[in-house]
Write a protein that binds this ligand. Sequence first.
Ligand code: C5P
Length: 225
Amino acid sequence: MIAVDGPAGAGKSSAARGVARSLSLSYLDTGAMYRALTWWLLANQVDISIPAEVAAHMRGAVIEVGTDPDAPRIRVGGADVSGPIRTREVSNAVSAVAAVPQVRAHLIAQQREIIGRAVAAGDGIVAEGRDIGSVVAPEAPVKVFLTATETARARRRSADLAGDPAVTVALTQAEQARRDGRDSAQMARAADAVEIDSTGIGLDEVIQKIVSIAMSRTAGAAWTT
Ligand code: C5P
């Protein structure tokens, strides 16, 4: 198993999917799970500023997350929400939901189950998030912490949101800084994680670096454990 953690916009998703593809592993986007729950709470008019309300309603959202790196779909209550979970509304609300301890316990249990199933099946998995190597799967044999400068991360995120003329790099940077601040309690870098700064290097190079860390750490194919 390979854990890829890091802040928003560091390029975790593209890198983790690329690594999963090149090593034929499954892929788990844990951020998408927090986003899907947030989307559902907003759609059901739950007041997400009240942690007890979030905790009381969270089990109403039945989240199914796909693990195919070529088509990572996520469903809530049977509906595909892969697109809607990427809106700015969800991005700006998700940290408040992710900070609720009951939410973390609930989603982490689900993440461990998915990882456990992939490992037991001998498939192996690349899981990305904020706390994979430190909390969700501290036993992961390969751990990467992906970073980039604040400006590089904001540029990447506003490219993701291209099409909305109201979204400038400056606005993205401000929203990202707010999210980083709120997320800092959840982001725990494992002591044994290898840090990669993706600023100024291409995606293929980041993928290559992670693949070679996986090779050297596991002497071959043991990342399926
Ligand atoms: O990775 P992404 O930016 O899609 O994550 C969305 C949000 O989900 C983060 O801003 C954070 O609040 C939360 N998150 C978390 N723990 C994780 C993954 C994501 O708290 N392992």
